[in-house]
Design a protein around this ligand. Structure first.
Ligand code: ADP
Length: 489
């Protein structure tokens, strides 16, 4: 038996092929691609590089399973029981899955062990409970009729996910789809396919029927685009960049697919002078640097009321000095590497933009160490609203601090963005908190906290941050069609 330390230090990589119709198969082209460990840039596995052919096979398998009705018409409580079984199997290997996530993505093992994989389990259990609670309504229409609605599964769903929370994004998408009775073709991100493939194996072990979950690893413009264009797919659920969502929306228009999108953000996090400043400083640090700054809802525009600005900046600099950056397998590590070279280069380009645009880089600003894709926790002050570091999503450990002086001003400036995913506000004045929460155009508002997620609480974006909601009952609705049945009496 491997000890915990061994399991965490050397996770086994057991699944690297496409998972189609319950079979593990190489890509039809025979091609593979490398997945790397971002802390050392070593290749950890070659993974099947699926493309349009493999997507065709996977959609056929998902379609046959859906149309055959084994899953969609199974007693709903039995469907829920199989989802619970999957959650149990994931729980039984939580250490290995956390290690696999850290290996593939580079996130600290303390995060993948305490947050990512437990949240996967929680999400699957939450939606398992919904499976037998998806109900229609009876409707009193005019005349001698009996009218009712049914909520039916939307069908075959294509799910395309990013690399920042690979296992968790899979769970957010599998949970409601499985509960509703849909069948799935998932394309994980090319940077991080491994935990999704492992979870597919566990789904098979749990007894979820063949063809319900299919996974085709590969690249976006090939495998992803083929999934979006496929006429046998009823809905696409996508998390990633706005520019990719626009490509998907155009292509999906041809077949009128249902769409849900969870996209980027430049979320305002607002600290009023009357806040609990200790909690606000720690919360602002966490809101941006968690997950190496690779969160779509990162609190990346930090607005601090002018009276407490300098004091808050001092605290934030100290947090950055104390932050432990390094080997993600060290349980003490708080910040690992960025996921790949492209992200690493983009972040350092934005650091250059910040300096060129006249902001002050008062903390970090460089590569950390000389091996792996690490970046120092970076902080800019003297930032103005129109600078590129204040308008664009950087997706890295770069915090921009802006000053403000009153609530009307801050509501206007917080909303001065095309994004609308999340917002934070720190104050002891409940009136101010509610006023901000009601006026800010964002899908989630955190008051005196940040990044508090729960499978029961809907999440998604206003404006260009998304379409529809994930999680909660709203997330489930996005996987159902409403059917109205009217019968003459
Ligand atoms: P990120 O910058 O987070 O990688 P992307 O939008 O590029 O954001 O990628 C998110 C997911 O979308 C990945 O799984 C990627 O492979 C996929 N993807 C990228 N381009 C396309 C496309 N043209 N069609 C479908 N999926 C795509």
């Amino acid at each position: 038996m491997a000890t915990l330390a061994e399991k965490v230090a050397r996770p086994q990589i057991r699944q690297t092929q496409c998972f189609i119709g319950g079979k593990w198969v190489p890509a039809a082209s025979g091609k593979t691609f490398d997945t790397i460990h971002p802390a050392t840039e070593e290749v950890i596995a070659q993974v099947a590089e699926g493309d349009a052919k493999d997507i065709d096979l996977a959609v056929d398998a998902a379609r046959a399973q859906f149309d055959g009705g084994e899953w969609s018409q199974m007693d709903a409580r039995d469907r829920g029981a199989l989802m619970h079984k999957l959650a149990d199997l994931i729980e039984a290997e939580v250490d290995e899955l956390a290690a696999l996530e850290t290996l593939d993505n580079g996130k600290p093992i303390s995060d993948s062990r305490a947050a990512d994989i437990p949240l996967v389990i929680d999400c699957l259990r939450y939606y398992a409970g919904w499976a037998d609670k998806i109900q229609g309504k009876t409707i009193p229409i005019r005349g001698e009729y009996f009218c009712y609605t049914r909520r039916e599964p939307v069908g075959v769903v294509g799910q395309i996910i990013p690399w920042n929370f690979p296992a968790l994004m899979a769970a957010w998408k599998w949970g409601p789809a499985l509960a509703a009775g849909c069948t799935i073709v998932m394309k994980p991100a090319e940077q991080t396919p491994l935990t999704c493939l492992r979870m597919a194996r566990l789904a098979q072990k749990a007894g979820i029927p063949d063809g319900v979950i299919n996974v085709v690893p590969g690249y976006g413009p090939t495998a992803g685009a083929a999934l979006v264009a496929h006429p046998g797919v009823d809905k696409i659920a996508f998390t990633g960049e706005m520019s990719t969502a626009q490509i998907i929306q155009r292509s999906a228009a041809e077949t009128m697919k249902r769409l849900t999108f969870e996209l980027g953000g430049k979320s305002p996090n607002v600290i009023f002078a009357d806040a609990d400043l200790d909690a606000a400083a720690a919360g602002a640090h966490f809101a941006l640097y968690f997950n190496q700054g690779q969160c779509c809802c990162a609190g990346s525009r930090l607005f601090v009321e002018d009276r407490v600005h300098d004091e808050m900046v001092d605290r934030l600099i100290q947090f950055n000095r104390d932050r432990k950056v390094g080997d993600p397998f060290d349980p003490e590590t708080e910040q690992g590497p960025q996921v790949d070279q492209a992200q690493f280069d983009k972040i350092l380009k934005y650091v250059d933009y910040g300096k060129a645009d006249g902001a002050d880089c008062v903390s970090g600003g460089k590569r950390h160490g000389d091996r792996g894709l690490f970046i120092e926790p970076t902080l800019f002050t003297n930032v103005t609203d129109e600078m590129r570091i204040a308008t664009d999503e950087i997706f890295g450990p770069v915090l921009t601090v802006l000053k403000f002086s009153d609530i009307d001003e801050i509501i206007r400036r917080a909303n001065n963005t095309n994004f609308g995913l999340a917002a934070g506000v720190w104050t002891r004045d409940v009136g101010k908190a509610h006023r901000f929460a009601s006026k800010v155009r964002a899908g989630t508002v955190w008051v005196n906290c940040y990044d508090v997620f729960d499978a029961a609480a809907p999440f998604g974006g206003f404006k260009q941050s998304g379409l529809g909601r994930e999680l909660g009952e709203a997330g489930l609705d996005a996987y159902t069609e409403s059917k109205t049945v009217t019968m003459a009496l």
